[in-house]
Design a protein around this ligand. Structure first.
Ligand code: GTP
Ligand code: SPV
Ligand code: MN
Length: 601
């Protein structure tokens, strides 16, 4: 059964081919209406995937618990299948497209048996953009449909625009890989032990199999807006980055736009939603995860957030750390995955409140009581919520051409070495700092947590081509504008620890506004900085600690540049550059030589 079709011939032919291969019971063209959403949510409740939350507490919201094996991105199963291996580079898994397509075609054969195949037309960024970035996701998961409806602009208006223009689009094929063959019963969270998250950058295609989890299954997000888009951006002279976009207004009423690249689960959503603790400063969010940046006619770099929703880390989100996120999800219309369920039909997770409820249903569906030695919520549990519900969404979010970026921050989780903040000397030095960015790994991807790894521009898992060429693209971007028009580049680290007691050296969250204030004062030319071997570090007194119980000595500890730690860091950067190999731009080797010379001087 087909509920509808399209006059876009390329799309209709592809849908017909996929249906013939995957043999669903029916094909449904997703319209994006509220009635359709309500029907899908009701079906997800009936199938046991969703539990409806109490309407008074979280209107129109649902709790889902995944299969315990399907909780995060699977980087070891993610492939960049370019024609040539060297175009995927030394940091991506690679397979020849024909070989990978043959393997996956076998998997897709009959994989939607007994299921509905949904066709979701969507656009990343604005439908009114000069060049709308169309996509279509085919999926056999209703959970994916209702999540995509939150995360991207989808449905009939997008399809009609694609038909009028007979526009090209990114093809995303997704299956949970759990066919209901011979009347086999469904499960709450269908998925497969065999997983492939495959990208074909030359043909702008995505093939995903075996997972229902966010970044593996909501193909508009990381697969399209970062991996495929980064390859498009390289070809077309723009940038697709794993960045938040923040609008910060000073007490004098001046606006500054700041972009920030931090690896997964390292604080983008929290900084994008900051509630500044400094009097007179206010913040608004433009984006919390992805920024597409292009030069404007005035020669400045403009950033848009191509997403429509927020897919945020739940644990650690509470009234004290991120009140704006709490206000956003309280408005409802949200999906909570792998958090705990309260007895009165609400959700809870570690860090939401100081005290846990006396009894919960944990993310694995078991009884949970405080102190039972387990986390109630998976560390990568997430809320999926409409961006427009955020009470501090900037009106500029609706600007199809975005906002002019004044500063770019690179940050990560580092217990040692990296100061709270420093400024880079120029664009190339900033690109070096981004290209050598490092962070302790988090639960956002499967695998070990807390291991320091290099994560260039927070894009290691998301660069859709050769990482050395990607660094070269950043250097190229810097040549396209006057230095005075380029954003200034900073490194930040909210996660440095005290060497003696292991506690955080910096309070973080709303107090990060104190660091942003110094950055704005640098942009305005009013703050001093100390020239150190790594870059321009504020004097401890230059960080405004008004109202904060922190001595100048404590601030100094957070800002310290320890020569011995940096000598150890340089050895790690040497290893990293050796791994990048031939495509590493010579300018970055020069930057490393300069750093070494400064440290030795
Ligand atoms: P992705 O959505 O995975 O790309 O992550 P993200 O970069 O948006 O990370 P997010 O803001 O969701 O933060 C992840 C975790 O870091 C949460 O548990 C936060 O509570 C914690 N966190 C964020 N900012 C700070 C901070 O300034 N200090 C400390 N100590 N923790 C923070
Ligand atoms: C991340 O892992 O960086 C995320 C979540 O933002 S996901 O969409 O699953 O990739
Ligand atoms: Mn992310």
């Amino acid at each position: 059964m087909t509920t509808s079709g399209t006059t876009n011939a390329e799309l209709q032919a592809w849908v017909d081919d996929v249906a013939a291969l995957t043999t669903p019971d029916r094909v449904v063209w997703v319209t994006g209406t509220e009635e359709e959403r309500d029907e899908l949510n009701a079906a997800l409740v009936a199938s046991g995937t969703f539990v409806k939350l109490d309407e008074a507490k979280k209107p129109n919201s649902y709790w889902a618990a995944s299969d315990p094996s399907d909780v995060a991105r699977v980087e070891d199963r993610t492939f960049i299948a370019s024609e040539k291996r060297e175009d995927a580079g030394p940091t991506n898994n690679w397979m020849a497209p024909a070989e990978l397509k043959a393997i996956m075609t076998d998997l897709y054969k009959g994989c939607m048996t007994g299921r509905t195949m949904y066709v979701i037309p969507f656009v990343m960024g604005h439908l009114e953009a000069d060049v709308p970035m169309y996509g279509v996701e085919i999926t056999d998961s209703a959970y994916v449909v209702v999540s995509m409806r939150i995360m991207a602009r989808i449905g009939t208006p997008v399809l009609r625009a694609m038909e009028e223009r007979q526009a090209g689009f990114v093809k995303g094929l997704h299956s949970v890989g759990y066919p209901l063959t011979d009347g086999k019963a469904d499960v709450k969270w269908p998925c497969s032990d065999t997983k492939y998250i495959a990208h074909f950058p030359e043909t702008r295609e995505i093939w995903s199999y075996g997972s229902g989890y966010g970044g593996n299954a909501l193909l508009g997000k990381k697969c399209y807006a970062l991996r495929i888009a980064s390859a498009m951006a390289r070809d077309e002279g723009w940038m697709a980055e794993h960045m938040l976009i923040l609008k910060l207004t000073s007490p004098e009423g001046r606006d500054h736009y700041i972009a920030g690249a931090f690896p997964s689960a390292c604080g983008k959503t929290n900084l994008a939603m900051i509630d500044p603790t400094l009097a007179g400063w206010s913040a608004e969010m433009v984006g919390d995860d992805i920024a597409w940046m292009r030069f404007g006619k005035d020669g400045r770099l403009y950033a848009v957030n191509p997403e429509f929703g927020l897919f945020g880390v739940a644990p650690g989100t509470g009234d004290k750390t991120n009140p704006n996120a709490m206000r956003t999800v309280e408005k409802g219309n949200s999906i909570f995955t792998n958090v705990a369920l309260t007895d009165d039909g609400d959700v809870w997770w570690e860090g939401m409140t100081d005290e846990a409820p006396a009894h919960l249903t944990d993310w694995k569906g078991r009884d949970w009581t405080p102190g039972n030695g387990e986390l109630s919520s998976h560390p990568n549990s997430r809320f999926c919520t409409p961006a427009k519900q955020c009470p501090m969404m900037a009106p500029e979010y609706d600007e199809p051409n975005g906002v002019p970026i004044d500063a770019i921050l690179f940050g990560g989780r580092r217990k040692t070495t990296v100061p709270l903040v420093y400024e880079t000397r120029d664009w190339n030095h900033g690109v070096f700092v981004g290209a050598t960015l490092s962070s302790e790994t988090t639960a956002a991807a499967t695998g070990a947590v807390g291991v320091v790894r290099r994560d260039p521009m927070a894009m290691l898992p998301f660069i859709g081509y050769n990482a050395g060429d990607y660094m070269g693209h950043w250097l190229e971007i810097g040549k396209q504008a006057d230095a005075s028009k380029l954003p200034r580049i900073y490194q930040v680290n909210w996660f440095r620890r005290d060497k003696e007691d292991g506690s955080f050296l910096w309070p973080g969250f709303g107090d990060n506004a104190r660091v942003l204030k110094w950055i704005v004062e640098r942009l305005d030319g009013t703050a001093e900085a100390i020239d150190t071997p790594v870059g321009l570090v504020p004097a401890p007194e230059a960080i405004d600690t008004t109202g904060l119980d922190m001595s100048v000595e404590q601030v100094a500890k957070a800002l310290e540049v320890d020569a011995a730690e940096w000598q150890a860091e340089v050895a790690l950067i040497d290893e990293w550059f050796a791994k990048i190999g031939d495509t590493l731009p010579s300018q970055l080797k020069d930057e490393l030589a300069t750093l070494k010379a400064h440290l030795d001087a």
